[in-house]
Design a protein around this ligand. Structure first.
Ligand code: ADP
Ligand code: MG
Length: 368
């Protein structure tokens, strides 16, 4: 079976206000596929070097257009949202049309740019909305009478190891149940809403609904950032009729994940409830880390158990990580010396993820 490595992208954002106020120094460099990071405490040492499939310099070299869009200045290497979509989102879309499952997840500490890359802000639309927009443009442009399309959307949040349906107003106390399909072995969320969507505008409306249902708690790191994992799932069906009138269905499941901040609980100044959240977030993320490590070892020929059952996140991402999916990870980086430890740990995490090999197959079956 053909193997697909998990593709890994890194992206470094501009300094934020806090970093500017503290006169932070730039410790990230990118050259070709190389990203290097300088330990600010040992400036004479060689920087640590990593290489990834995609490297996006979004630190400087941009102008803000009238509508707020950040565009590269001529000759700069600034990677705009358009550029990132052209590389990553377009690939997701193409794979979805071929009938592959696709997954994209954004990893990094709070404030590093995960939501910016996945969802975006204002006219700087991220990969998820642009992919949905282009999906419906392609559907609307279809002239083949023998093809029909069905799109459904679900949005959930994992918070303190509990699943909340973001398209629902009344979630049960304690969250929705995660169950395992007895025949297929896959995990799923019981009673999660899957709404059919017929246009991009409808998806936007649903996304906004999802955002307003999110659990927002403030931490010292970033007041508006969620401490939860957000998972958007789009199921894209193409029903194709052949000359004999028989129909087949191609299905692509797209899992788009904005992970909670990867920082250690103690670096956020969290106490009490916030600390408990941090512990649970780290439980899910450390389970994810363990799964990634185990899969990386497996792909290098070692026999290792992969413990998907250790957290809700890894249960739901089982296919995305070790199964039938073309998977992309975006590691979001702060450029600043004051975040050195967290950024280095993000780079190491990303470095392990790129070793994972999946087996994506086209999901095509006769209609029953
Ligand atoms: P996270 O989701 O990781 O907590 P955000 O995506 O919310 O972080 O980003 C934090 C801040 O940095 C936001 O104000 C966002 O607009 C800005 N930012 C992040 N990435 C970029 C980028 N590539 N270019 C410009 N601004 C960015
Ligand atoms: Mg965010």
């Amino acid at each position: 079976m053909p193997e697909d490595s998990v593709k890994v992208a890194v992206r470094v954002r501009p300094f934020n206000q806090r970093e500017m106020d503290r006169q932070a120094k730039l410790i990230i460099k990118m050259q070709g596929s190389m990203t290097s990071i300088q330990n600010p405490e040992t400036p004479k040492d060689e920087p640590k070097k990593f290489s990834f499939d995609y490297s996006y310099w979004s630190h400087d070299g941009f102008v803000t257009q009238d509508d707020g869009f950040l565009e590269a200045t001529p000759g700069s290497q600034y990677a705009s949202q358009k550029k990132v979509f052209a590389d990553l989102g377009q690939g997701v879309l193409d794979n979805a049309f071929e009938g592959y499952n696709c997954s994209l997840f954004a990893y990094g500490q709070t404030g590093s740019g995960k939501s910016y890359s996945t969802f975006g802000y204002g006219s700087n639309k991220g990969i998820v909305p642009t992919t949905c927009d282009e999906l419906f443009k392609a559907i609307d442009g279809n002239k083949d009478d023998n093809k029909r399309f069905e799109v459904t959307l679900s949005i959930l949040e994992i918070y303190n190891e509990q699943v909340r349906d973001l398209l629902s107003k009344d979630n049960p106390k304690g969250g929705l149940q995660v169950r395992q399909n007895p025949s297929l072995g896959m995990f799923y969320v019981q009673d999660l809403k899957k709404v059919p969507v017929g246009s991009y505008a409808e998806i936007v409306k649903r996304m906004d609904q999802g955002t307003s249902n999110r659990t927002v708690a403030s931490t010292n790191m970033n007041a508006t950032s969620s401490r939860a994992h957000t998972l958007v799932t789009i199921v894209f069906d193409q029903i194709i009729r052949n000359n004999a009138g028989q129909e087949t269905k191609k299905t692509s499941i797209m899992n788009l994940v904005d992970l909670a901040g990867s920082e250690r609980a103690d670096s956020t100044g969290a106490t009490g409830d916030r600390l408990k959240e941090g512990a649970n977030i780290n439980r899910s993320l450390s389970a994810l880390g363990n799964v990634i490590s185990a899969l990386a070892e497996q792909s290098m020929g070692k026999k290792t158990m992969v413990k998907y059952r250790d957290s809700v996140l890894t249960k739901l991402l089982q296919n995305a990580l070790g199964g039938n999916s073309k998977t992309l990870m975006i590691a979001a980086l702060s450029p600043a010396d004051i975040n050195y430890d967290e950024t280095l740990s993000t780079l190491r995490y990303a470095d392990r993820a790129k070793k994972i090999k999946n087996q994506a197959v086209i999901n095509e079956n006769p209609m029953d």
